[in-house]
Design a protein around this ligand. Structure first.
Ligand SMILES: C[S@@+](CC[C@H](N)C(=O)[O-])C[C@H]1O[C@@H](n2cnc3c(N)ncnc32)[C@H](O)[C@@H]1O
Length: 205
């Protein structure tokens, strides 16, 4: 099963699944790190059913939600029928150059084939001075997440993430701890993953 097939299959259960993996603190940390301001435009990449989008809308931002999965976006549309939802892929996001003030991506990077290229593509759609904020998993060794959750990467080294940001024409690069773990049990309950979450940010130069 591909990662896309996986998300198509779990879309109507994702909100419930997600709430067991990590809490709202992840998106609150992302917003704080970005320094979000009401009235600005944001893109939520790998938006899924809208965990990051929802909080941004509540704080008065305009949001464009992008995901490869039609089923995940359909769930998001049920909640926000007027939301600008766009189906698209990491390698070619359906947004113009310099379109938005902020780009967020929560738990998306470990699913893409080429993380460094995905970061470059997210930077492309940022206005000059705009902020890219990625929240994702630190490097881990819980193999079952690859097979059961279709993760492409077993988290990341923070130094690699910082290097990819810098190579993408981003300045003020930081990679910090959110202070929270992502938790999941394997299907046969023989393994319990507890993986720390980082928040990486940079400003488009
Ligand atoms: C773990 S979910 C996270 C969803 C949401 N950001 C959240 O925090 O609940 C990863 C999402 O990224 C999307 N995704 C994975 N690989 C992608 C790719 N190459 N291009 C676009 N979206 C992708 C999946 O369809 C899925 O909705």
């Amino acid at each position: 099963m591909s990662s896309n097939d996986y998300f198509e299959r779990v879309a109507d259960r994702w909100d419930e699944m997600r709430s067991g993996f990590f809490s709202e603190k992840v998106r609150e940390t992302a917003y704080k790190t970005a320094g979000i301001q009401t009235g600005k435009q944001a893109a939520d990449i790998g938006a899924g059913t809208g965990f990051v989008t929802e909080g941004l809308l509540r704080q008065g931002l305009e949001v464009i939600a992008v995901d490869q999965s039609e089923a995940m976006l359909a769930e998001l549309k049920k909640k926000y029928p007027d939301l600008d939802c766009r189906q698209g892929q990491a390698e070619g996001l359906p947004l113009a150059d310099r379109a938005v003030d902020y780009v967020f991506a929560n738990m998306y990077l470990h699913h893409v084939e080429r993380p460094s290229a995905a970061i470059k593509e997210m930077t492309r759609i940022l206005k000059k001075g705009g902020r890219l904020v990625i929240t994702d998993l630190d490097e881990h060794d819980f193999e079952f997440l690859k097979y059961e959750h279709h993760d492409r990467w077993m988290g990341f080294k923070r130094d690699d993430v910082a290097d990819w940001f810098k190579a993408s024409n981003l300045g003020d690069v930081t990679v910090d701890c959110v202070g929270l773990n992502c938790c999941a049990d394997s299907a046969d309950e023989s393994s319990s993953a507890k993986v720390s979450i980082f928040v990486a940010s940079g400003t488009k130069l």
